[in-house]
Design a protein around this ligand. Structure first.
Ligand SMILES: NC(=O)c1ccc[n+]([C@@H]2O[C@H](COP(=O)([O-])OP(=O)(O)OC[C@H]3O[C@@H](n4cnc5c(N)ncnc54)[C@H](O)[C@@H]3O)[C@@H](O)[C@H]2O)c1
Length: 249
């Protein structure tokens, strides 16, 4: 018996890092999982991994910054598994590192299109389907930069703050429709997103966490699983940190 038995879950950006860990934990708890990613190879590998662990999963390719593809993704989820109970809008990118005054227009648009538009498109079509189901749960992956600055990454900080606001709005609007929505704020987590960071940069990042280390994807997945399950049945419109103390100082 798992806490997500008979549930159908969708995870975007599930081919790697935090999204993969979330998809694995959903499947371990009994959910049928749609693994979605822009990267087909990584998405298919994630499905293989989940099936090897005894779970049920299928891959659907989608670029979350494209509204039509996200609409089609939700439609495919229902075609494959019959309904949609849980959605985790996780796909995200880091973007250019520049002072705000030097930030390129292209990079600003790119980061906002994936990290904010993509989450909005996800929520929009997931909510439509969840209303048809009679309920559901959405978890949006924001960041500690949904509440504190990431110097040299103003597009990232702006998008993540907006994801927190969007999640609050959905919580406020859908409370009586049996649909809950929360945002999660991880600090720095060991994933491929951080692979480009140099050793010195990693040390600087580690020093910002009172726990003296970076987080693990599985530690984020634990919180997301809780927020996706009935164990968090009175929680909506919230923003929950999993940050090793990053924002405490
Ligand atoms: N790693 C961290 O330190 C950290 C900290 C806080 C928040 N986050 C957030 O967690 C989420 C996942 O990050 P991660 O560290 O696991 O990154 P990652 O790069 O390991 O994985 C991101 C996945 O998203 C996919 N993706 C990228 N653009 C996409 C698009 N347009 N459509 C569909 N899929 C797309 C990638 O192919 C990849 O598989 C992001 O939203 C990120 O901002 C990460």
């Amino acid at each position: 018996m798992g806490i997500l038995d008979n549930k159908v879950a969708l995870v975007t950006g599930a081919g790697s890092g935090i999204g993969l860990a979330i998809a694995q934990s959903y499947a371990k708890e009994g959910a049928k999982v749609i693994v979605s990613d822009i990267n087909e190879e990584h998405g298919n590998q994630a499905v293989k991994k989940i099936r090897a662990e005894g779970g049920e999963a299928s891959f659907v390719k989608a670029d979350t910054s494209n509204a039509e593809q996200v609409e089609a993704l939700v439609k495919s989820t229902v075609e494959i598994y019959g309904r949609l109970d849980i959605a985790c809008n996780n796909a995200g990118i880091g973007g250019e590192q520049e002072l705000t005054g030097n930030y390129s227009l292209d990079s600003w648009r790119k980061v906002l299109s994936v990290n904010l538009d993509g989450v909005f498109y996800g929520c929009k079509y997931e909510l439509e389907q969840m209303e048809k189901n009679g309920g559901g749960v959405i978890v949006n992956i924001a960041s500690v930069h949904g509440t504190v600055a990431a110097p040299l990454s103003s597009a990232y900080t702006s998008a993540k703050h907006a994801v927190v606001g969007l999640s609050k709005n959905i919580g406020a609007e859908y409370g009586q429709k049996n649909i809950r929505c929360n945002a999660v704020g991880p600090a720095y987590i060991e994933t491929p997103l951080l692979e480009s960071a140099s050793g010195d940069m990693k040390d600087i990042l580690i020093a910002k966490h009172p726990m003296g280390r970076l987080g693990k994807s599985e530690e984020v997945a634990e919180l997301v699983l809780f927020l996706s399950s009935d164990k968090s049945s009175f929680m909506t419109g919230g923003y929950y940190l999993v940050d090793g103390g990053y924002t405490a100082i």
